[in-house]
Design a protein around this ligand. Structure first.
Ligand SMILES: [Zn+2]
Length: 287
């Protein structure tokens, strides 16, 4: 890898865009019209993605996908999409999947089935799936069952925090403080806090991150050049920060550009290596 690191980008999106709602596709295409054919091709062909990763100097990528019928248009049945996709190269492609707690009839069994397919993390998206991340404390029992199963089986859970700009998203559910409950009630659960509460809830994100040692910060979606502005004390938690970009989400042009911007930050080589390379190997051991 030309940056000298074996980089894992824990947060990119490979999703069945043809299932997405027209307004979502419009939001995704904006600014990427010229690349849209390629992005569509990637949906069908993991080799196209691996080529892009090679060019960007990215060794492994976490493929975010989860059922999202209300906002994005991804059906509950599509929860296994990333798992099947990643079977082409399980060393470099880390698939995430989801179980929708408002739809599932067998939360623990659905988690098990995803794991049988090779899933490396479970994704929960409160602003899109329409519940707070601690909704099991107020009656959404399936959500508690999902966390419990993931805790028992050692499957990390990635939770979206912060706002979402997609039509219909309810950003009030993006507050990371709700994960305080989850970390207390499921003390052995590995929680990946996606986007660090960007841009409204970053103090809350830093608080829960420091308070709970099983919580990791996924910096995707935060402009890398602004990372230390948003998290001035980032180095205090550098051993639990995971590199991620949210590519090809709105505003993220390419994986390499984000890496280059990150490398201009005044961080030590030790912290850079932890964030780009070694922390991710703790959460997602090499296979
Ligand atoms: Zn994302």
């Amino acid at each position: 890898m030309d940056q000298g690191f074996r980089i894992t980008d824990v947060h990119i999106h490979v999703q069945p865009w043809r299932e997405a709602k027209p307004l979502v596709v419009e939001a995704m295409r904006r600014g990427k019209e010229s690349e849209w054919d390629l992005l569509s091709q990637i949906t069908d062909d993991p080799r196209a993605l691996l080529d892009i990763m090679d060019r960007a100097g990215v060794w492994r990528a976490g493929l975010v996908h989860y059922p999202d019928p209300d906002v994005m248009g991804f059906s509950a049945a599509s929860g296994t999409f990333a798992a099947r996709y990643a079977q082409m190269n399980p060393e470099r492609l880390l698939p995430y999947g989801g179980v929708h707690p408002r739809i599932t009839r067998d939360p623990a069994g659905d988690v098990d089935r995803l794991m049988d397919l090779g899933i490396r993390a479970l994704k929960i998206h409160p602003p899109h799936q329409m519940f707070p991340a601690n909704a099991y404390t107020a009656g959404l029992d399936a959500l508690g069952a999902i966390y419990r199963r993931c805790e028992k089986r050692g499957l990390p859970v990635m939770v979206h925090t912060g706002t979402s700009i997609f039509p219909g998203a309810r950003s009030k559910y993006g507050n990371p403080m709700e994960l305080d409950d989850v970390a207390i009630d499921f003390p052995d659960l590995t929680i990946l806090l996606a986007h660090g509460g960007r841009p409204l809830y970053m103090e809350e994100a830093f608080f829960v991150l420091r308070r709970h040692k099983n919580m990791w910060l996924d910096v995707s979606g935060i402009p890398p050049g602004r990372l230390l502005h948003y998290f001035p004390r980032l180095t205090e938690v550098a051993d639990r920060v995971l590199w991620g970009t949210d590519w090809p989400g709105p505003g993220v042009r390419d994986m390499k550009q984000n890496i280059d911007q990150f490398l201009t930050l005044p961080l030590s080589d030790v912290d850079r290596k932890a964030i780009l390379e070694t922390n991710a190997l703790v959460v997602f051991p090499a296979r």
